[in-house]
Design a protein around this ligand. Structure first.
Ligand code: CO8
Length: 375
């Protein structure tokens, strides 16, 4: 089997219509905290319960770089008596919420790649959570787009997007698929604990999609040859959610705080930054390049200070916005989609021959990267 040249030929980005600023989020959280502290004044006074501390928009921006986030549903999140999004349950006959997000991003990627659904022969939906286990969201999207071939879902938390692009690359390189549609419908807000000051600000909702295909069929204005892929994982409990189907039989509260996103952010920061910088340098070197030859780093978007630190380790100096674009001020952390949002918004100015790197890092821990070259 001869190895095919593989390219990224199209990228799509879809945002929900609603945004939530730090100020709006902090205002509702602080109302909730005040209400909680009033309602539990006696227990707090007796030392049986801890008072809820107040959140601050200044802290959030300084600690994370996040100013705002997109939200699939806004009202419920900002209701201090609810503190979670409000969605309507759809019938089995309707398009599911996550498939709708996925479809919107997929259509944009197909347009950018100048491809029709008939030319796609595999669909991967890959993200931090799928709203159900089966039938796969990917198969629902495949049906909605009338794509032949096969489709499947995969979950790899922060690295869901890059690891899915790796699988697509391998299929196209091996010739088992000619063109693959990879979609990341990151509906994170239902898993956020909006009652937790330490993490209520971190996530936003978004969907990204990417077309991977053989170089010889590519008809896109902007395409990138994939020169190499690299992944690594290392088990860590520092970012965790225990939500899952076992709650039905373990007789515990399926929605308690440990069933939602929680983390030890400081430890993650300290442990993941050096891992990511070393991984990236090794990957670039293994591809026969040096970090100085990379025109653009599309890095995971969890925290601006992490990206600055990793950028400094890679370049020996502070990276510019052009070299390592930051999008989390507008989008917040979008689980696996962050590096691809950065790619979507900041790739068309690259010149033929320029090198770039897409990289995710986070929960698992997991790190995934692709070294690419503009054609
Ligand atoms: N307002 C005011 N003060 C606050 C707030 C707040 N909102 N939150 C915390 N504080 C306080 C703390 O309690 C602490 O007070 P004290 O010093 O009295 O104990 C003080 O501020 C400092 O707190 P931290 O040390 O926690 O602050 P940091 O500077 O470390 O910033 C961050 C916290 C921003 C969380 C930072 O540690 C960080 O970003 N770390 C990296 C985390 C990371 O990358 N995580 C990966 C995320 S996971 C992922 O990307 C995908 C997972 C799957 C998707 C999940 C979807 C739901």
């Amino acid at each position: 089997m001869s190895k095919q040249k593989v390219v990224i030929s199209g990228a799509g980005l879809w945002n929900p219509e609603h945004t939530i600023s730090n100020e709006e989020l902090v205002d509702s959280y602080n109302q909730f905290a005040e209400l909680y502290n009033q309602q539990h004044a006696a227990e707090i006074e007796a030392g049986e319960l801890e008072a809820k501390p107040f959140s601050s928009a200044e802290f959030i921006e300084k600690a994370s770089g996040i100013k705002s986030r997109y939200s699939y549903s806004k009202e419920g999140v900002l209701d201090p008596t609810r503190m979670r999004p409000q969605l309507t349950e759809r019938s089995d006959e309707e398009l599911s919420h996550q498939a709708e997000m996925a479809l919107a991003a997929a259509e944009k990627a197909l347009t950018e790649a100048n491809k029709s659904p008939e030319e796609i022969d595999a669909v991967i939906v890959s993200c931090a959570y799928t709203q159900r286990s089966y039938p796969a969201i990917a198969i629902e999207v495949q049906a909605a787009l009338n794509i032949k071939g096969f489709a499947f879902d995969m979950l790899v938390a922060c690295s869901a997007a890059t690891f899915a692009l790796h699988r697509a690359y391998e299929m196209v390189a091996a010739g088992t698929a000619k063109a693959v549609l990879v979609i990341n419908p990151e509906l994170t807000s239902p898993q956020v604990n909006y009652k937790d000051r330490d993490s209520h600000f971190i996530f936003g909702d978004v969907a990204t999609a990417t077309i991977i295909e053989q170089a010889e069929t590519c008809q896109s204005e902007h395409s990138y040859e994939i020169l190499g892929i690299k992944a690594q994982t290392q088990y860590s409990n520092n970012i965790r959610s225990n939500f899952g189907y076992l709650s039905h039989v373990t007789d515990v509260d399926p929605y308690s705080a440990d069933k939602l996103f929680h983390q030890n952010g400081r430890k993650v920061f300290k442990e993941v930054c050096p891992m990511a910088a070393e991984h990236l340098t090794n990957h670039v070197t293994e591809t026969g390049l040096s970090n100085e030859q990379i025109t653009r780093w599309w890095l995971h978007q969890a925290n601006i200070n992490m990206n600055v630190l990793i950028g400094k380790k890679l370049m020996g100096r502070m990276p510019t916005q052009q070299e390592a674009p930051i999008v989390l001020d507008e989008y917040a952390n979008t689980a696996s989609a962050g590096s691809l949002i950065a790619f979507n918004l900041h790739h068309k100015d690259l010149q033929a021959g320029d090198y770039g790197v897409i990289c995710s890092f986070g929960a698992g821990y997991s790190i995934g990267s692709l070294v690419i070259q503009k054609r």
